[in-house]
Design a protein around this ligand. Structure first.
Ligand code: FUC
Length: 769
């Protein structure tokens, strides 16, 4: 892979947190500042949250549900909201936030007057490094977080013998844990994150070549070593009974392995995921830019400098961040992935279910990182258990429900004090659809039967009980809201709680459709299939409103904020597929108008919102608009270390932006694969390998001057492949023979045998139109 696609480079240490480089193994994260005399590695462990579960559902809810619904029907949202706040919200309103594990500080002696400094993060190997020179001695540090050995490894070397003297200490200011000497080469820190919260332990062990180690007070003191390996392990009682012993065991295990071997197996494990997708664009290898500091490239990009390499780097960085923050066995990536330096992070750095957690996973399947999706499924399995209870307590309903926010403990109640966001019972349904997506890509019947269907079914059972009839005979949610916008009633009252927000109807449509298809495939629940189909047919359909926009609510209200960052009612366009623009031109036009209106009124002002907009444009097939959204994202919503910006830092912009790039190159929803569906002019020549499509297909594509040169397709299942193409295409088998295809309405149907590569190209005499 080209160098400038896989390296973040700086010529100086980070001055602020958003200049530091992130590393992670899914569970254990570090932000590397790269100080010469004072190295700081800010540390996180994904299960270190403050406080315990807050499962107190408000038991007075069911008494007031009817009244709240009636007030909403009568157009009196203010009164409904007051009642809902009193009778439906959880006490306390907020759960404890995700917390830092602490800092590792390394003080390096004899590092004055350093020259030729370079700090790098190689996203292909998952290793950060620091280089500098003092006099004639070269100093080097390698730092990585290993998913194989479950530790952060910091390796320091010098080109001269006995040139390394350091002191290292751990800190968790202002909530310092107990620091103690475990043995001559091990320092530990332990504590508890609030009453009922997890107990945590961090272990720092040193291994030296030459020199001596002392553990004194709060310090690990190392003199005159040739090389030093520091091993950092951490655990909490969320995963083990005795986090101290477990962290100690992991540190000692890693310390017994030579550094070269620790690094070799980490790099090979990381690359096994990372290398699956390669993207190259014409002009992305400009010599001048390869050695240019990333933050400088970003500044120049903002000023209009063309930098295709930076665009590719941003894409691959999204994949890197997912590998680093979500690996089998870890928690899902939260609002900040796993990287958080604050004890009071924005929105508790939680799991937000009204767009953010879902967006974090949009790259997983297409970007060939399906394993990184798994932590989400484990998490939702726990949410399901709590959500059953909440469904019963709050609504007297079957199945499971989850609302806008959740946490380490998978609490499912109504948190928060604002009715623009909190009383939204559709978070669980949306997240359940991720199981269905995972199945659509891998086709594993056992996953569908054992993991996906039970969750989908319980999400759907909830809505069979929860939906009520509106005055048009439609079945709608109530109370609910359209995240996080408000509307103006005919009487001029501003409300956020409502009945029948379009997003809910669209999510429930997608959920019931998935349930019906899954149940048919598994030959389960005949009766439920019929019931779901009947209810689905009575949901409000996407409708065009007074401005030619898609209606955000089942009534064509004025929006209180026409430029709102959430564009929830376009769920049907993306990630849903109820609106397929080339088959439904009217709804496609309304979706476009919705986007235009939001943007005319200042929409897209947060990183994730811009990223979602880019995905919408991709689904509308408008490559130039996607490109300008991505340019906006990179110019306005990215920190110097390329972390997405809300502001402040929020990781969904990284994942959502990378997902939009994938959607530009390949789409496979609504039963057909589109090759290069939204290619912008600026990306008219390039190639990509390893993208995945629904149905078990993997694709490589090469294109020039905006036209496909060739695609290669492989399959893990003997399933029919359907390619939609405006331009005639032909398909060749592995012997370069044309295969016969069935062509129906620009859809090419054929089978790809398992383990064989077929080639797709434009018919030689076809032109662009
Ligand atoms: C939703 C958004 C905010 C933010 C928060 C974490 O509430 O409206 O912009 O992303 O989630």
């Amino acid at each position: 892979m080209r160098d400038n696609h896989c390296k973040l480079i700086e010529r100086g240490p980070a001055q602020v947190w958003t200049e530091a480089f992130p590393i992670g193994n899914g569970r254990l994260g570090g932000m590397i500042f790269g100080g010469i005399r004072n190295e700081r590695i800010q540390l996180n462990e994904d299960s270190l949250w403050y406080g315990g579960p807050k499962g107190n559902d408000n038991h007075t809810s069911s008494e007031k549900l009817e009244e709240i619904r009636r007030l909403l029907k009568d157009g009196r949202p203010k009164e409904a909201e007051k009642l809902a706040l009193l009778h439906m919200t959880n006490a306390p309103h907020y759960f404890g936030p995700y917390q830092p594990l602490g800092d590792l500080f390394i003080q390096v002696e004899g590092a004055d007057n350093a020259l030729n400094y370079q700090r790098e993060l190689n996203i292909q190997t998952g290793v950060a490094s620091i280089d500098y020179q003092v006099g004639t001695t070269q100093y080097h540090r390698d730092i990585f977080s290993s998913a194989v050995d479950h530790v952060v490894v910091i390796h320091l070397t010098a080109s001269k013998p006995a040139a390394l003297s350091i002191t290292a200490r751990m800190s968790r200011r202002p909530f310092e844990g107990d620091i103690k000497r475990e043995s001559f080469d091990i320092l530990t820190m332990q504590g508890q994150a609030g009453e009922g919260g997890v107990r945590y332990a961090a272990v720092l062990q040193a291994v030296v070549d030459g020199g001596e180690i002392l553990v004194v007070g709060n310090y690990l003191d190392i003199r005159h070593a040739n090389s030093i390996t520091l091993i950092m392990a951490a655990q909490t009682s969320f995963r083990c009974k005795d986090p101290y012993q477990e962290a100690l065991r992991q540190a000692e295990g890693a310390a017994s392995i030579p550094f070269a071997e620790l690094k070799r197996r980490h790099v090979s494990d990381h690359r096994q995921l990372f290398d699956r997708v390669k993207l190259e664009l014409k002009g992305d290898d400009e010599e001048q830019l390869v050695q240019c500091p990333t933050s400088e490239r970003l500044t120049n990009y903002r000023l209009g400098r063309v930098d295709r390499g930076l665009e590719v780097l941003f894409y691959q960085y999204g994949r890197y961040l997912l590998i680093a923050s979500s690996r089998p066995g870890s928690l899902p990536a939260n609002l900040q992935g796993i990287w958080n330096e604050s004890f009071t992070p924005p929105w508790e750095s939680d799991f937000h279910l009204n767009i953010n957690l879902q967006m974090n996973y949009w790259i997983a399947e297409v970007g060939n990182l399906a394993e990184c999706h798994e932590p989400l499924f484990d998490f939702v399995d726990r949410l399901l258990v709590n959500g059953r209870q909440t469904a019963k307590n709050l609504y007297g309903a079957k199945g499971f429900v989850a609302h806008t926010m959740t946490n380490l403990w998978a609490d499912s109640g109504i948190f928060g004090a604002f009715t623009t966001s909190n009383i939204w019972p559709t978070g669980g349904a949306w997240i359940a659809l991720h199981f269905w997506e995972h199945y659509r890509y891998n086709g594993s019947e056992s996953f569908l039967r054992e993991r996906a269907y039970p969750v989908l079914k319980e999400a759907a059972l909830f809505f069979l009980d929860y939906l009520i009839e509106d005055s048009y005979g439609h079945l709608v949610t109530s109370p609910s809201l359209s995240p996080e916008n408000s509307y103006i009633t005919e009487g001029g009252e501003k409300g956020s709680l409502c009945y029948g927000p379009s997003m809910d109807s669209q999510i429930i449509y997608a959920l019931f459709s998935a349930c019906i298809e899954a149940a048919e495939l598994l030959e389960h629940d005949r009766h439920l299939q019929e019931q779901w189909a009947e209810v689905r047919s009575r949901l409000p359909k996407p409708q065009v409103g007074r401005y030619g926009q898609l209606m955000e609510w089942s009534i064509d209200y004025e929006e209180a904020e026409p430029g709102h960052r959430h564009i929830s009612h376009l769920f049907a366009l993306h990630p849903g597929e109820q609106i397929v623009p080339h088959r439904m031109p009217e709804l496609g036009a309304a979706a476009r108008r919705t986007l235009e209106r939001r943007l005319e009124h200042g929409g897209g002002h947060t990183g994730w919102s811009q990223a979602w907009i880019a995905n919408f444009w991709s689904r509308l097939g408008d490559g130039d608009k996607v490109y300008s959204s991505l340019q906006n994202l990179l110019s306005k919503a990215v920190h110097p270390n390329l972390f997405g910006d809300h502001p402040p830092f929020q990781i969904d912009a990284n994942f959502g932006g990378a997902a939009a790039i994938q959607e530009m190159l390949l789409q496979s929803h609504a039963g057909e694969i589109h090759l290069l569906p939204a290619l912008p002019l600026e990306w008219s020549t390039g190639r990509v390998t390893g993208l995945r499509a629904r149905g078990g297909f993997t694709l490589d594509m090469e294109w020039s001057q905006g036209r496909l040169l060739e695609a290669k397709i492989r399959s893990i299942r003997e399933d029919t492949c359907v390619i939609y193409s405006d331009i005639p295409i032909e398909i060749l088998d592995s012997h370069d023979e044309l295969i016969s295809v069935e062509l129906v309405d620009k859809r090419y149907l054929f089978k790809v045998p398992v383990g064989v590569t077929y080639r797709i190209r434009l018919k030689s005499n076809s032109s662009n139109n």
